[in-house]
Design a protein around this ligand. Structure first.
Ligand code: PEP
Length: 248
């Protein structure tokens, strides 16, 4: 399976900055398709710009969230149909910043994943424990509970999701899970997927949390780490391209 490197720009960017960043990334790839799959997830207002800039080239694009509803009176939300209209490939769901600051529960995250899949967009389902949960020995239970809600909702489509293990204590903090710590959790998630789908090997399980040009290769060398979800380092073309190179 090809690895998948997905950038999460979070709430960063501008028309001018996005154009410069994307053109530096495309220049860096030199017109060649990388050996791994690559995607960028931008804030909703810039998705149309991204669709234009990336225009069927080697980098796909995605949203950072999607509504759990199909359409209607949900002010401020973006539906999967709207994303598909522009050719969106991925939508991050259940990022810890959405769980933490927007009160998204496992049930909401599962509904979003289900809605994305039904609308033809691949959900990148984020799971991960807080520092207190890790220190309390609850890491496995937390990630399994978070993934179980999604598996329950998407049922026979489980092999079509992407999972991202993102320990909350490692996101944007510069603290990375060691390759062994990450692999241990990825193996747990793979086993959980194996009990839910005949093709657990088809599910990309990404690692996210301060992945950068220096630590990417050792993380990506782990048997159950199938790629990365990259926050801060996806805002710097050279760093992001080094991670893409490490995945090939
Ligand atoms: C993220 O936002 O998903 C993330 C992993 O961020 P960072 O790489 O900055 O830790």
């Amino acid at each position: 399976m090809k690895k998948l490197i997905a950038g999460n720009w979070k709430m960063n960017g501008s028309l001018a900055a996005n154009e410069a960043l994307v053109s530096a990334m495309l220049d860096g790839l030199g017109g060649k398709a990388p050996a791994s799959d690559v995607a960028l997830c931008a804030p909703a207002p810039y998705l149309a710009q991204l669709a234009g800039l990336l225009n069927g080239g080697p980098i796909a694009w995605g949203a950072q969230d999607v509504s759990s509803h199909e359409s209607g009176a949900y002010t401020g939300e973006v539906s999967v149909g709207m994303l598909r209209d522009f050719g969106c490939r991925y939508a991050i769901v259940g990022h810890s910043e959405r769980r933490q600051y927007h009160g998204e529960t496992d049930t909401v995250v599962a509904a979003k994943a289900q809605r994305a899949l039904a609308g033809g967009v691949t959900p990148i389902v984020c799971v991960g424990e807080t520092l207190a949960e890790r220190e309390g020995g609850q890491t496995e239970a937390v990630v399994k509970r978070q993934l179980a809600a999604v598996i329950h909702a998407v049922a026979h489509c489980t092999s079509e999701i992407v999972v991202a293990y993102e320990p909350v204590w490692a996101i944007g903090t510069g603290k990375t899970a060691s390759p062994e710590q990450a692999q241990q959790v990825h193996a747990v998630l793979r086993a959980q997927l194996a009990a839910a789908t005949q093709h657990p090997e088809r599910v990309h399980i990404l690692y996210g949390g301060s992945m950068n040009a220096a630590n990417a290769a050792s993380l990506l060398a782990q048997p159950d780490i199938d790629g990365g979800l990259i926050g801060g380092a996806s805002l710097k073309a050279a760093d992001f391209l080094q991670i893409v190179a490490a995945a090939t």
